[in-house]
Write a protein that binds this ligand. Structure first.
Ligand code: ZN
Length: 298
């Protein structure tokens, strides 16, 4: 797709439609500083960008499909939320934050992170302050904390262009991801509500469609509704007590088994786990004798 320029903000569309393991990046051309946000769009485009001039790298969050080509800009300071920094410092911590416990899976992801994503542990980074406004010279950027997807997930608003970078609140039909060790449903909902209320004129998501030049209104509702739909299916499935294995085998989130099987089994399990925690916390279900059971409302 043809990249788009909005004043001093350029949208760099990622390979493969910005689908994992790629994303869409932003390039900020301030008079004082030129910045690339989430450098995982395209090796070719980012290499050209480097020649154009990049003074800093900003990350919306720590996920591998947002940092993939970060090392191209070695020597540039990396900015991230302090809350999302730990997984960038050690590969073991990175795997822990995904909640990967099985040793075989850890080995697989370790190799994948090193070979596909060029993971290199970092000792230092610069930390954004929540809600701060940065002046890049003729372009300002507001840092908007949007936890849930990850604890330190950040979105960015550029008031001059009325452009809101949503990061991974990506408005896809699949719905939001909140399956990591430190991700959560309540925070995800609060962040969706916060982003929806920002008076933007253009919206950029890090994956898939990427650019919305008209208010994505109904898409916000559909995106949020996927959370309630997942919960509804789970509650309906708990018409009698069920084990976690039985629940996962029903593929309530993904609808059917998908390949690579191991990865999707893991994803299904962790997302279901988040909903079980959330429902337990809200007193809608209980855990007894190794099974989850719905609490009948009176
Ligand atoms: Zn992500």
């Amino acid at each position: 797709m043809q990249d788009r320029q909005f004043g001093r903000v350029r949208l760099i569309f990622g390979e493969n439609g910005g689908k994992y393991p790629f994303n869409h990046s932003l390039y900020l051309q301030g008079d004082k500083e030129r910045v690339v946000i989430d450098p995982a769009s395209s090796l070719e485009k980012l290499t050209r960008l480097k020649e154009e001039g990049v003074d800093g790298v900003w990350l919306s969050h720590w996920h591998e499909d947002h940092i993939r080509y970060m090392n191209l800009f070695d020597g540039c300071p990396v900015w991230v939320s302090e809350r999302d920094f730990p997984p960038l410092t050690h590969l073991e911590t990175f795997l822990d934050w995904y909640g990967i416990e099985d040793q075989g899976a850890r080995n697989y992801w370790q190799k994948e992170m090193l070979e596909t994503f060029d993971y290199r542990p970092r000792q230092t980074a610069r930390f954004f302050r929540d809600d701060q406004t940065l002046d890049l010279g003729g372009l300002s950027a507001q840092v908007i904390p949007t936890p849930g997807h990850t604890p330190g997930h950040l979105s960015f608003f550029f008031p001059e262009e009325g452009l809101l970078f949503l990061g991974d609140y990506d408005l896809t039909s699949f719905g939001p991801w909140y399956g990591d060790a430190y991700s959560g449903i309540a925070d995800t909902l609060a962040s969706i509500h916060k982003l929806k209320a920002i008076p933007a004129r253009r919206w950029v998501a890090a994956h898939n469609t990427g650019l919305y030049e008209e208010n994505p209104g109904p898409l916000w509702e559909a995106y949020e509704n996927t959370i309630y739909e997942r919960e509804g299916k789970l509650l309906a499935f708990l018409d009698r007590p069920k084990t976690l294995a039985e629940i996962c085998a029903a593929w309530l989130i993904y609808g059917r088994p998908r390949e690579p099987r191991e990865m999707y089994e893991f994803n299904e399990r962790v997302l279901i786990g988040k909903h079980l925690d959330d429902l337990l916390h809200r007193g809608k279900i209980v855990y007894e004798d190794g099974c989850w059971r719905k609490v009948e409302s009176r």
